[in-house]
Design a binder for this molecule. Structure first.
Ligand code: DAH
Length: 344
């Protein structure tokens, strides 16, 4: 009986001394498992008299039950303690200021391109693209500029070989679209993309720049349709109060041809250094698609007519954002580019 009492006390003391559920589990295995002090004590049974045996057995069982319930009680306490410790250790202080990810922003040329594309998509146009390494055929021949024509000199060209070149204007895409769609009508596309010319780079020239070509062909398309469309472009890019004017010009692929000016967004037309005192700024070339261009592509110029225009996107970006040197647009200086985040 004395032995049993020590066993009981030792067991309780061991349970009390546990500081983790893991330790407690070891104690449980020791006292309630197959090998341990209780099992040891049971071996003494055989030396007892038959009258003592049941009493002894009962006592042992009581101790077992007592220890089992003590272990359960302790388990609840330890588990709670461990959860609380975990909560404290794994606490995240959400009041700390986070690390701000270094987000980029759109390049000014992309902003101009997206604005123009949005406008034209809203007017029911599709976007068309073509290769930058282009055939002489689409860049010149189909644009009514045959070999040996002096107009080729106006667009000093990077040739790859006798038939291939870096396209000098997105007008080449216009020629591809015409060929692809002929003879179906109508056509309404804009073609954004890079173009290349053998120019010496300076504040206003670059050997690579970006154009957006527009082309509409239908049954009764007139110069006034072109004017209305370009008025929308001017307003969208430079503000609702802007006016445009047409000046006669010459392109081989349009007849008549015009150069289009927009009223100066800096001085409102009074005259300032940006518009060189004239109140007007030239933004693009345009015209009615030349009958030769239509027939070479497979249209009958008697029934089909159209207008086309080509916008230099750098020029729009320089004017719109007051950038003084075209080279800024290609230098990839993050300090410069970051300043445009406010326009997004
Ligand atoms: N291709 C001309 C250039 O690069 C721009 C242009 C003028 C395009 C008149 C056109 C157009 O489609 O009709 O200078």
């Amino acid at each position: 009986m004395e032995k049993l009492e020590t066993l009981r006390q030792e067991g309780i003391a061991k349970i009390e001394a546990c500081t983790s559920t893991k330790e407690l589990q070891d104690v449980r295995v020791l006292y309630l498992g197959k090998k341990g002090p209780i099992q040891e004590v049971m071996k003494m049974m055989k030396d007892l008299s038959p009258e003592e045996k049941p009493k002894f057995g009962q006592q042992v069982n009581e101790i077992k039950q007592l220890l089992a319930s003590k272990i359960e009680e302790k388990k609840v306490i330890l588990e709670e303690k461990e959860v609380n410790e975990k909560l404290i250790n794994e606490k995240i202080d959400i009041t700390l200021s986070g690390l701000k990810p270094n987000l980029g922003n759109l390049h000014p040329l992309i902003m101009v391109q997206q604005e123009l594309e949005d406008l034209f998509i809203g007017l029911g146009y599709e976007i068309a693209e073509g290769p930058e390494v282009e055939l002489d055929l689409y860049n010149f021949e189909r644009a009514n500029i045959p070999k040996g024509h002096p107009a080729r000199d106006m667009q000093d060209t990077f040739y790859i070989d006798a038939d291939r070149l870096l396209r000098t204007h997105t007008t080449a895409v216009q020629m591809r679209v015409l060929e692809e769609k002929a003879p179906s009508l109508p056509i309404k596309v804009v073609c954004p993309g890079k173009v290349y010319r053998r120019d010496d780079d300076d504040a206003t020239h670059s050997h690579q720049f970006t154009q957006l070509e527009g082309l509409v062909v239908g049954e009764k398309i007139r110069l006034s349709d072109l004017k209305g469309t370009l008025e929308l472009v001017a307003k969208k890019m430079f503000g609702d109060d802007k006016k445009i004017r047409f000046r006669p010009s010459y392109f081989q692929f349009t007849e008549p041809s015009v150069e289009v000016d927009v009223s100066c967004h800096i001085c409102g037309g009074k005259g300032c250094p940006t518009c060189k005192g004239t109140g007007w700024i030239e933004i693009l070339g345009a015209g009615m698609v030349h009958p030769n261009v239509l027939s070479m592509a497979g249209y009958d110029p008697k029934t089909a007519s159209g207008f086309a225009f080509g916008i230099g996107m750098e020029r729009v970006a320089l004017l719109k954002y007051g950038i003084d040197d075209i080279r800024h647009l290609y230098a990839n200086d993050v300090r410069f580019l970051k300043t445009f985040s406010r326009f997004e």
